[in-house]
Design a protein around this ligand. Structure first.
Ligand code: GLC
Length: 756
């Protein structure tokens, strides 16, 4: 397809028609010019291709449901996620779906967001790395992805009308950063804009978001589509960089585009850009779908089981109760053992061709007793079910209780009201703990829960929503066929009120103020020194690991040079295991408020008993930088930084220091109201003011009576001099040092020298 030629051939109406869907899942064809339609489908952790392809939401074809994002992020394994992406791409290719709508990489601002199961992390670096791997995997099969929901879609409450309001640094350092790395490294074919407004402008018509940042700053050259029904003003959307409205608006907005071009309110060149992006996508799709592949669902079911096991997080394992000994008498208790909750509700809901429950999979290992314990369709305890479960636990040496959140608690479309698990499950766990001293809790939940039972049970295994084969993965972990290696991609706070968004989530009607700023997740808990239930990056293993010999390529680098960090990790246990080595960076002397530490690297390494490996990290400038609003860019402030490596954000094993030299300066435009100390500290001030400040300080000290110059007075005088607006010096001294006009000229000269 020669797009330039086609664009020249197209009529205004044909170009406009390309900018909205044909129905819920297809772009529009242009028969006259042999431009085909292409199909898009959800995502993100399975293929939800509806049987009636023009219908919005109806029965989807049989497919494979892989672990959801809340689980896959915990793998901290780029290769594993890419392999899952490849399998998803295979499914799409077989079903002639050109774009898989996902991954979602919105930041988990609150544990209450109903769609957290579809998102990766509270940390932007981890989110962007896992999203990029997902994208690379799917697109390696010639199938496109749609990185979503760009941006700041961090709640379901009033998602189509609310405005996420935040400062520029928070936007770039947290909420946009999750997308930035995914766009730059993953190079998604498409990006899906979010429903919400950002600082009062709809994402679907937000030029700053869709053009200035996404395309101009980050170099994105793909297509931007709307979330389904997210378009507010279609003409404004074209101007902002929204190429494709989904789903179809039945010609209404096509006409609007034509009229806008005709009446001169829309530059046709902007329409051409959008049409070109649609044609580029169609072109890529034609190339990607040309070859046929077989979709081996059974093989993918096995892969889903492997992935789910790699994602699981062993939160607690007292007395090494796990892995279980099959010679012991074991009870599996809880409806989720038989009917696992393995995915979330809404557009990502997959019609799984097969589900493996733990109760079914455990037959591969041993016989177990089973009791339902609770009804997943209600919170109300059923005394009969509980009594049966207690009797079942009494007979056994080990009780494994399967619990978590039901579909009534979290989904696309609504948020949670609290972090508690269903009351009937909590009562069940308590009652089982009364009769059995070896209790394991297996959790199926898409987001953090409070765990009042934490100190009553010996082991807690977080499976999250681990896909259709989660039951098999759970048994593989419980009986030690697989050694757990997942790490939490989000903090589990002890209580909801510890969470930084507690006051402002989900906002006041449509007004959502991100008052916590950059202090999201562990950035907040670390700074406030709040003890979480389980910290970001936490996850146990059936073996142990020892860290040694941290080495930096240098302990003094220039910000523009790459810093290499290496550390040795040894498996000091008796079985093979994988460790996620995490690297955090601390700016020890920042002039701005910065988090205590930030994740800037992670590597997952597999080690045999007694084996040692050298784990390497390469850090570039961004690892040390913060986003400076005055410069509208990322800056590194010269000074000392700490490099920390560890097994979790709260289990730092080794540290080292590095001095980073940098020419970056926070731009300051001085005025007569700038504090004297700020101007005196400017490296260029002596070029303009000579030693005037020393004279001023000397003069003001001499003005103090001798005997009054105790330490306290000295401190007071110094502070007052330092923080006095420079204009006050003139008024106190009667323009002794210079006139106001001279001061103004010197201030202008200093700003000029600083290129401000
Ligand atoms: C939804 C979701 C989006 C999904 C789309 C199509 O409302 O927000 O993630 O891809 O519609 O189903």
């Amino acid at each position: 397809m020669n797009i330039d030629v086609i664009l020249k051939e197209m009529t205004l109406e044909e170009k406009a028609s390309l900018c909205s869907g044909k129905d819920s899942w297809h772009t529009k064809p242009v028969e006259r010019l042999d431009i085909p339609e292409i199909m898009v489908s959800d995502g993100p952790h399975g293929l939800r291709k509806v049987k009636d392809e023009s219908a919005a939401m109806n029965q989807a074809i049989d497919a494979v449901c892989f672990p959801t994002a809340c689980a896959t992020a915990c793998s901290f394994d780029r290769e594993l996620v890419a392999n899952m992406g490849k399998a998803l791409g295979q499914a799409c290719k077989a079903e002639k779906v050109a774009v898989l709508l996902g991954p979602g990489c919105n930041i988990k601002r609150s544990p209450l967001c109903g769609r957290n199961f579809e998102y990766f992390s509270e940390d932007p670096y981890l989110s962007s790395q896992i999203a990029a791997s997902h994208i690379q995997g799917v697109q390696s099969m010639g199938i496109g992805t749609s990185l979503k929901h760009f941006a700041c879609n961090n709640q379901e409450t009033r998602r189509m009308t609310c405005t996420a309001n935040m400062d520029e640094r928070t936007f770039f350092e947290i909420y946009a950063a999750a997308f930035e790395g995914a766009v730059k490294q993953g190079k998604p074919y498409t990006v899906m804009c979010s429903y919400n407004r950002i600082n009062n402008v709809y994402s679907s018509e937000n030029k700053f978001l869709l053009t200035d940042v996404l395309r101009d700053k980050w170099g994105f050259d793909g297509l931007v589509m709307s979330d389904w029904g997210a378009v507010n003003d279609r003409t404004e959307g074209i101007k902002a960089g929204l190429d494709l409205e989904m789903p179809s608006s039945h010609g209404v907005n096509d006409k609007k585009i034509v009229e806008s071009v005709k009446n001169g309110t829309l530059d046709e060149k902007l329409l051409d850009k959008a049409a070109r992006n649609v044609l580029n996508l169609v072109n890529k799709a034609e190339n990607g779908l040309c070859s046929d592949v077989q979709w081996d669902m059974q093989a993918q079911h096995k892969l889903a089981r492997t992935i789910a096991a790699e994602c699981a997080v062993l939160l607690k394992n007292d007395s090494a109760l796990l892995p279980l000994d099959t010679s012991k008498s074991i009870a599996f208790i809880g409806d989720f053992a038989k009917n696992p909750r393995y995915q979330g509700g809404g557009s990502s809901h997959i019609n799984s061709f097969k589900v493996t429950s733990a109760l079914e999979a455990v037959k591969e290992y041993c016989e177990v007793e089973y009791a339902q314990g609770y009804d997943s369709n209600t919170d109300v305890s059923d005394e009969k079910l509980i009594n049966e479960a207690v009797e079942c636990a009494k007979k056994c040496e080990v009780a494994v209780v399967f619990a978590g959140l039901t579909d009534l608690y979290e989904s696309e479309g609504f948020d949670r009201k609290h972090m508690a698990m269903p009351a009937n499950q909590l009562e069940l766990i308590d009652k089982v703990c009364e009769v059995c001293s070896n209790v394991v809790v297996v959790l199926h939940n898409g987001s953090p829960v409070e765990m009042p039972f934490k100190n009553k049970v010996k082991s807690i295994l977080e499976m999250y929503l681990g896909g259709q084969a989660v039951g098999g993965a759970t048994c593989d972990l419980l009986f030690g066929k697989v050694n757990p290696s997942g790490k939490l991609a989000e903090t589990f706070p002890e209580r909801l009120s510890d969470n930084p968004s507690f006051i402002s989530f989900p906002g006041e009607k449509d007004d959502v103020q991100y008052r916590e700023g950059i202090f999201v997740g562990y950035r907040y808990y670390d700074f406030k020194q709040i003890e979480p239930l389980f910290p970001f990056g936490h996850g146990l293993s059936y073996t142990t690991f020892e860290y040694s010999d941290i080495k930096l390529s240098s302990n003094a680098v220039n910000a523009d040079d790459e810093l290499t960090v290496s550390v040795k990790v040894k498996n000091t246990g008796k079985i093979e295991g994988k460790e996620v080595v995490q690297l955090y960076v601390t700016d020890k002397e920042a002039s701005v408020i910065r988090p205590v530490k930030e994740l800037k690297g992670f590597e997952k390494v597999s080690l045999k008993p007694g084996e040692t490996k050298n784990v390497m990290f390469k850090l570039n400038k961004r690892a040390f930088a913060f986003y400076c609003e005055a410069a509208h860019d990322w800056l590194v402030e010269e000074g000392d930084f700490t490099i920390s490596v560890g097994s979790s954000s709260r289990d730092i094993r080794l540290t080292d220091e590095v001095f980073v030299s940098s020419k970056d300066r926070i731009p300051v435009k001085y005025t007569v109201n700038s504090p004297l100390g700020d101007i005196a500290a400017d490296p260029n001030s002596t070029k303009v003011f000579g030693n005037m400040f020393e004279e001023i300080s000397r003069g003001m000290r001499q003005a103090q009576p001798e005997d009054s110059m105790g330490a306290a007075t000295e401190m007071m005088t110094n502070a007052m001099i330092r923080e006095m607006p420079i204009r006050a010096v003139l008024s106190f001294s009667g323009e002794a040092f210079m006139t106001y006009d001279e001061l103004g000229m010197k201030i202008d000269e200093l700003n000029r020298i600083n290129n401000y």
